[in-house]
Write a protein that binds this ligand. Structure first.
Ligand code: PGA
Length: 247
């Protein structure tokens, strides 16, 4: 496969510091020259400092960043702090943060602006719930999420922006969305983005939601897909490596 590809591990609240270190030791023993895919590991904040051990084949992402710049935000992490540990990417707007932690489209657009204006690059998550899908609201939801996430960005800078389409009803279920639904919704997202003047930015589309070593190839073959945001299957070295090799 010749297209640019991203294999992103979203570890969520899994793996403590030692487990994260061990995973990195193990994956570094694998042959990371067999694919051109970019491996991006998104561990917890406490393990992000492992990113300082710069590895040419693996880059690191944070699972979140603060939406504000005031220092008076106990418990929050700023873009500058992430930059200081060689973190390159930030996941923004994951559905678990939107739904469990009440993150709004407004919060997400502020985070997108801060990250866009920093050295970091965003991995923006979008996707509809089962109820929204069943009520034929998918298109509306995706248009709103994309437009509002991009509302503070002028696209004047040359930057990679990843958009992960993650139907909420497929996350963590073990069953990815049907291939025709992924195809249809990726094309829809492409159409929405084509209507926005994204100038110098390179926008790549990813799929997330129960990706594993058995379904990765088929999904990756879809024309608009440039990779995956992977939860459960990214926790084992062998399954992440297997997906990486296939894309
Ligand atoms: P999953 O998680 O691969 O376990 O479905 C994906 C995600 O939440 O980003």
């Amino acid at each position: 496969m010749n297209k640019q590809s991203f294999c992103i591990a979203n570890w969520k609240m899994n793996k403590d510091y030692n487990e994260s270190k061990e995973f990195l030791n193990q994956i570094n023993k694998k042959d990371l020259s067999v694919s051109n895919s970019n491996i991006i590991i998104c561990p917890s904040f406490i393990s992000l400092s492992l990113a300082s051990n710069k590895n040419r084949n693996i880059s690191f992402g944070s699972q979140n960043v603060s939406s504000g710049t005031s220092k008076s935000q106990t418990g929050e992490i700023s873009v500058e702090m992430l930059e200081s540990v060689f973190c390159d990417w930030v996941i923004i707007g994951h559905s678990e943060r939107r739904n469990i932690l009440n993150e709004t489209n407004e919060d997400i657009s502020k985070k997108m602006e801060l990250v866009y204006n920093s050295k970091l690059k965003p991995i923006l998550c979008i996707g509809e719930s089962l109820e929204e899908k069943n009520n034929n609201q998918t298109e509306n939801v995706l248009v709103n999420q994309i437009k509002s996430s991009f509302s503070r960005i002028d696209f004047s800078k040359d930057k990679d922006i990843l958009i992960a389409y993650e139907p909420i009803w497929a996350i963590g279920t073990g069953i990815a969305a049907e291939i025709n639904i992924i195809d249809e919704n990726m094309k829809l997202i492409k159409k929405i983005i084509n209507n926005i003047s994204t100038n110098n930015c390179n926008i790549y589309l990813l799929y997330g939601g129960s990706v594993n070593e058995y379904n990765a190839s088929e999904i990756f073959n879809l024309s608009e897909i440039n990779g995956f945001l992977i939860g459960g299957a990214s926790l084992e070295v062998d399954s992440l490596y297997s997906i990486y090799k296939q894309i």
